[in-house]
Design a protein around this ligand. Sequence first.
Ligand code: FAD
Length: 577
Amino acid sequence: TPLRATVLRGQAAIKPEYDYVIVGGGTAGLTVGDRLSESGKYSVLVLEHGKLDNQNGFPFEGINSSRVFNLTSVPQSALNNRAFWVGIGKVVGGGSNVNGQVFLRGTKEEYDIWKQLGGASSTWDWNGMLPYFKKGIYFTPPDAGMAQEFNVTYDPSVWGQDSQTKVFATYSNSYSPIMKLMYSAMKNMPGVVVPKDGAAGTNGLFWFTTSMDPKTFLRSYSRTGHWDGLNRASYELSPETKVTKLTFEGSDVTGVEFTAASGGSVQRVRARKEVILAAGAIHSPQILQLSGIGPKKLLDDAKIPIKVELPGVGSNFQDHNYISSVSYQWGRQPSPPPLNHTIPTGGTNPVLGSFIGLPAVSPSNFTVIAQKYANQDPAAYLPPFTHSTVLAGYAAQKSLWARAMLSPGVTFFQYMINASPTFGSPQNLHPMSRGTVAINPANPSGSMVVDYRGLSNPIDLDIMVEILKFVRRYMTAGELAQYAAVESVPGPAYNTDEKLATWARGQINPSAFHPVGTTAMMRRELGGVVDDDLLVYGVKRLSVVDAGIMPTTLGATPCMTVYAIAEKAADLIKERA
Ligand SMILES: Cc1cc2nc3c(=O)[nH]c(=O)nc-3n(C[C@H](O)[C@H](O)[C@H](O)COP(=O)(O)OP(=O)(O)OC[C@H]3O[C@@H](n4cnc5c(N)ncnc54)[C@H](O)[C@@H]3O)c2cc1C
């Protein structure tokens, strides 16, 4: 049996008081818990709604209905009234336990946007994040033969190899000869570049890492990286425990109330130093709202006394959107080029993708789209009665994004590449629509009301149409033209922008399971919820450390950034202790 910090069996084993109480033992929660408990100076308790899932003594991982919340969005009016599964992990390890293991970073320009939405001395830009990517993730270079064969290049200066770090970034050996042809065709699309390393702050066509152990090729996640194997008297985890609200003395947050996940009596635990919310982008806002920290109208409707009026809690909700069904069939099967090296075994995850800015997605229309977006009234597509600070925040974001649309270095489009022409699932990584997450006023302790408000801003549809046309050019007009690919979905009948838009509206999924923004780290006058120290405005001794603090999406999957945020947060928390 591996050594463990203490897993509490049943809520009765929880002591009355700890230095730090962390709500949520997911990706960020376990990372912060590990870092705060490592000196032995502080006692740390993690309360996690889901299970510590073991089978025959081994961690049980991957997506499964028992390890995710059973939650559906409200019908999306701009997406033909379709409702969507809200995918979020509910298990020790959280999202990192159930996710697709694609392990990417955003670009320098994307993190630099965060800093501009923060305070004057914010350090939340690329330069402020890089040391924490290096600290938080252990990098293993690709197999040398594959690196030569497939041009897998990397920049060691942006990666760490700290022997104490057990969250791993590893190249999956999911190579196939046909990918060489696909790679070459993408590389020769106008405007597409090949960076030395896609994790070094610029984008393009590159081979990327997955969250995977380099020796076993098993999933590397926050539980294996920051819990299993730790032997610490001062670090405790209570699984199957649901936090319901915060407790206060004046404006000091003193602890939390919780029950067993299955229900039952309400108990309390105190935090001497700080409560850290790490319940993820959907449920940290839930706990804030249930505790009276949130938009006034929502709290009034739910008859919850207001502790702090903070209109941004649950607003500014963003995710990546995508279409899974775009597909082609080769008219003439490409013949696999010979390889000089044998492909090693190990790993099954995607490894190659194209991550490109709007100028390359749509050389002929990107300026038109950026101008059209710049000309919008910022209030035009936000929910009715949006608070003036939230509106000011969107206006600030809008001017940054209208400029970012003109930059090749901001990734609007992600396209995964493997040997199959049906694989890609084009994604728009920077939707301009903003949704909301909120408690249900009629049943505040019930499930969250999740409204992506997908395509509420029509610019997102314009961008998806340009993405679909790019995919079409890639598959049929460039180097791949010789294979006479036939578009099976949507199909050649969709031959105008209008027809493509109509089709896309019925196909777009507003969530790639990457929710962010709902407890945004922005200035308070911009509708922010936490400051640059991740402390919640208006109260003391309460922070949020999870994906919800990202003020805007990244042009990348979020998990690696969540680890880096948690590493940086742990330093901030230790500093103020
Ligand atoms: C299906 C799926 C696929 C994904 N694919 C990828 C991918 O390939 N690459 C990538 O980078 N990202 C991916 N993601 C996203 C990524 O995993 C998340 O962004 C990240 O894990 C979020 O980390 P977090 O710490 O913010 O929240 P989480 O890791 O979700 O942790 C929050 C934890 O809080 C717990 N919790 C919630 N409410 C309470 C409460 N009231 N009391 C106690 N505990 C509570 C939850 O059970 C959960 O364990 C995917 C996500 C999903 C769901």
